[in-house]
Design a protein around this ligand. Structure first.
Ligand SMILES: [Fe+2]
Ligand SMILES: [Fe+2]
Length: 175
């Protein structure tokens, strides 16, 4: 079967869904499991999100009609909310607390909402806007990007930025 970027992105959403299901099932005593799962969630999410932002969303936007532009704007705003607010709050919580459990639950809910919208709306539009050959080519580009300096730098920069956001959240959520 031909490669298809939309299929790859959907599979990555499903992998994230499974990781959130696992982390939501942990107890407050599961320090190591929670830490490992959160690390895996970030390791899966960041390349996906950065590539969407830097390559897929701009390509989509170029071809989109008014509804597509609105969908694009929603997706970008959701990415920002997760990266700048939700993840820093999760990371500011001690993993052995109900605060962590509550924040990680919201993180998973945001990802579920966003992934579902992409799958049901944006990817559906993209199936019309991109030919099968273009979707196969994007899939190859994505794989190469993940292993490239450019891709790794983009992910590292986003993670460093979240680390700074976490410092701010620790102050803001101390009460
Ligand atoms: Fe996305
Ligand atoms: Fe996505």
């Amino acid at each position: 079967m031909a490669r298809d970027i939309l299929k790859t992105l959907k599979e990555e959403h499903d992998a994230l869904r499974k990781l959130f299901e696992e982390i939501n099932g942990t107890t407050d005593r599961a320090r190591k499991t929670r830490t490992d799962l959160l690390e895996r969630i970030e390791a899966n999410l960041m390349p996906h999100a950065k590539w969407e932002e830097q390559v897929f969303y701009p390509e989509f936007k170029k071809r989109a009609d008014r509804d597509g532009l609105k969908t694009h704007a929603e997706a970008v705003t959701e990415h920002h909310a997760v990266e700048h607010t939700v993840i820093p709050e999760v990371k500011a919580a001690d993993v052995e607390t109900p605060e962590f459990a509550g924040r990680v639950k919201v993180f998973g809910e945001m990802i579920e909402h966003h992934a579902k919208e992409e799958e049901k709306t944006m990817f559906k539009m993209a199936r019309e806007l991109f030919t099968a050959e273009e979707r196969a080519e994007l899939d190859e580009q994505y794989e190469a990007w993940k292993a490239s300096d450019e891709g790794m730098k983009a992910v590292a920069a986003a993670r460093a930025e979240m680390q700074r956001g976490m410092g701010r959240e620790q102050v803001a959520t101390r009460h």
